[in-house]
Design a protein around this ligand. Structure first.
Ligand code: FBP
Length: 694
């Protein structure tokens, strides 16, 4: 029946309150858009200059010397006040210029502020200057698809997450033809400079573009972007020049908020283990940061697993006078055993729940899987070299791919060349679940990277964990500890003297958490134990309270899996990332205006208070090394992995047992709260960064 007092839909839709609460632009967006990030003090100088800092040394790579001759001798450059410039240098600084910019790779919070900083600075020095944004990453450069960046466009994106302003892409500029196309576009637009906002592979691209464009006088500047946090630059003397790439802090904070919410849920409902896979293609920086932010019970650092040695097996082999090579390095089986160990120990102390963090790239550090990844990379690359049609187009279905591998293993490959895939590989590969085989055989990205984000790593690991836990349960080794006070109250309520059964059914009758004896694994074995110890006679039933205690001690292992990646990298930036990225954009302009090329804009002292931040240029060519990509050694910027001797890692190692809380102690969960933009947000910066700077 129609309600007489019901307002008409037209009235509702036209009501100002409806307009306000349903608007696309809410109060948070308005606040973000109107926020002006701080500017590093040096940028209040009217002019700046660059000071070469040859004291910051890097060992050159021979291959980089060969292919990047015009930029390999660049030095680190410090931006200093330039008011003492000659008049003509001042004029040159202010000249009307066109600058191109594009995003490359995965989105990272703060990218729009890089463009905002660049745009504001370009226009500040000459309102006639223009900034062009290439659409969809380097594809825009190759296909000459771009827009002119305007003030209203910039204003709509200030301090906002994502790369939606001009979108992004992952195309690699890896051929002479693509280089020529890029140069053509830049020449047509009369670009003075090109700014590449990207990760390690994109900054590698930037270095090659800088080399290629040198003679045309077009400068190329890279910007260290990636939530993965694996662009960190240290000199040979271990001086930190770039402590972290932008976007890392926000993504880590966004993931941590969710993970922390799960710790609250886990500790309330006490029935789930929440398994959180966290992005970060290879390095575990994000996982380590989330561990510090949340104090989750179990966090794995891939880099540590690679160093794993099984001392027991090493000792055993030593006694026999042999070397057990399988004792070096982590296997999936070892890993699942380590996880089970924590689960079982927590359960024994009454906590059959918890939160664990697994880095997305963990497989890179698991011996047997890494071997598969490298072998498959080579096999796929070899196939693509021999055939006109690519491996993934030739073999669409998993079965077809497996059949190809089977033929290789049997020496029936395309060439007479000795195959790196042998019968043992084939056999081991066959034992993996098909979703995992599919993941390992998946197409590599354009840079030849294995796409870890597409593999359900957490599932394969948790399947093994579940399997082993059920063995442990059958052996009576996985049980929930019963709090003694609880046991006593149950017994007393039933008028039973607690001691009557305690010694018979518990292996540790005096402990705070009582564990049912290993031999008692069913109601049947429970009854038998009571009869054997004459606590009851054969014709008696097991007393109800004892059954209740037994059932309570029987663990069910329930998991919820979560993947934190795309959500966090789309988050609006933290206060730290807003300021960091805006100043990176300004830095890029000052490098360009002072004639630099082949440099990566960076800010030193990020871990310190804002007034200590220092804008610099870092020579990209000097960061290169050779790495296996698509089965070939390729020159790329070296990814920075977690240093196991770093302060952050050592502190983590010292504290993780407390966070694991396997003893009867309380969980030590930490509540980082949501991504902060206001309030006392200024102090909020990556914990790992703060620790490493001590
Ligand atoms: P970048 O290195 O380009 O910044 O990308 C990082 C990342 O977010 C990784 O953490 C993740 O493994 C990958 O991108 C996912 O790639 P895609 O966006 O292609 O799914």
């Amino acid at each position: 029946m129609e309600n007489q007092s019901c307002k008409s839909l037209e009235f509702l839709l036209n009501h100002p309150k409806t307009g306000y609460v349903t608007s696309d632009v809410n109060a948070e967006t308005i606040e973000r858009r109107s926020f002006s990030p701080k500017r590093i003090k040096i940028f209040s100088s009217r002019y700046t200059s660059l000071e070469d800092c040859p004291e910051h040394k890097f060992g050159n790579n021979k291959e980089a010397e060969k292919v990047l001759p015009d930029i390999i001798n660049n030095n680190v450059q410090k931006i200093i006040p330039g008011d003492a410039k000659t008049e003509s240098a001042k004029q040159a600084f202010m000249v009307r210029r066109n600058v191109g910019v594009f995003f490359s790779g995965g989105p990272a919070p703060g990218g729009h502020n890089v463009i905002a900083g660049l745009y504001d600075e370009v226009k500040k020095y000459n309102s006639e200057s223009k900034v062009f944004g290439f659409l969809l990453g380097s594809d825009g450069l190759l296909e000459s698809k771009y827009i002119e960046i305007t003030k209203s466009l910039v204003d709509a994106h200030r301090n906002m997450g994502g790369f939606s302003m001009i979108k992004t892409g992952r195309t690699k500029i890896d051929s002479k033809y693509k280089m020529e196309l890029s140069l053509k576009t830049c020449m047509e637009l009369e670009l003075d400079a090109l700014v590449v906002i990207g990760g390690d592979d994109s900054n590698t691209n930037a270095a090659f573009l800088a080399q290629q464009f040198k003679s045309a006088g077009i400068k190329v500047i890279g910007i260290p972007k990636t939530i993965d946090g694996d662009i960190q630059v240290k000199t040979d003397d271990k001086e930190t020049l770039c402590a972290i790439s932008f976007g890392f802090h926000t993504a880590a904070r966004a993931f941590s908020q969710n993970i922390s919410n799960l710790t609250t849920d886990a500790g309330s409902d006490i029935k789930y283990w929440h398994v959180c896979k966290v992005m970060g293609r290879v390095a575990s920086h994000l996982t380590l940061e989330c561990a510090f932010q949340t104090h989750a019970n179990l966090s794995f650092v891939g880099e540590e697993l690679a160093d794993y040695t099984d001392q027991q097996r090493i000792e055993k082999a030593k006694k026999k006078g042999i070397v057990d090579y399988t004792a070096y390095g982590m296997t999936l089986r070892h890993l699942s055993r380590l996880i089970c160990d924590t689960i079982v120990r927590r359960a024994a102390n009454g906590k059959n729940f918890g939160v664990m963090i697994i880095p997305e790239g963990i497989l890179e550090f698991i011996n047997e899987i890494q071997v598969f990844i490298i072998k498959l990379n080579t096999i796929i690359a070899d196939y693509n070299n021999i055939h006109d049609i690519d491996f993934h187009t030739s073999f669409l279905a998993l079965d077809a791919k497996l059949e190809y591998l089977r033929r290789l293993a049997r020496g029936m490959g395309d060439t007479d060349k000795f195959s790196i895939w042998n019968l043992r590989d084939d056999d081991l590969f066959d034992q993996l679940p098909s979703f995992f085989q599919d993941g390992l055989l998946m197409e590599r990205d354009t840079h030849g990277n294995f796409q870890f984000s597409q593999v359900k790593t957490e599932e394969i690991i948790m399947d093994m964990v579940k399997e082993y836990l059920s063995i442990l349960k059958d052996q009576g080794k996985y049980k929930i500890g019963i709090e003694r006070s609880y046991y006593e109250s149950i017994m007393k309520n039933a008028n039973i003297i607690p001691d009557k059964f305690a010694k018979v059914i518990f292996q540790n009758p005096d402990a705070k958490y009582l564990l049912i004896k290993e031999s008692i694994i069913s109601l049947k074995t429970l009854k038998q134990t009571l009869i054997n110890s004459e606590a009851i006679s054969p014709e008696d039933n097991v007393p109800e309270p004892v059954i209740r205690i037994f059932k309570k001690s029987d663990p069910k292992f329930k998991t919820q899996t979560h993947f934190y990646g795309y959500d966090g990298r789309g988050s609006d930036p933290t206060y730290f990332d807003c300021n960091y990225t805006y100043n990176l954009g300004i830095t890029a302009f000052h490098l360009i205006a002072n004639g630099a090329t082949g440099q990566m804009a960076a800010i030193r002292n990020l871990e310190k208070k804002f007034d200590k931040w220092e804008p610099i240029g870092i020579p990209i060519a000097k960061l290169m090394h050779l790495e296996e990509r698509n089965g070939k050694l390729t020159l790329v910027i070296e990814k920075s992995l977690i240093d196991l001797n770093s302060n952050a890692f050592r502190v983590f190692k010292a504290l993780r047992d407390e966070w694991m809380a396997v003893e009867s102690n309380q969980d030590r969960y930490r509540r980082p709260g949501p991504v902060r933009f206001t309030g006392s947000a200024e102090e909020d910066r990556p914990i790992t960064l703060m620790l490493n700077s001590i």
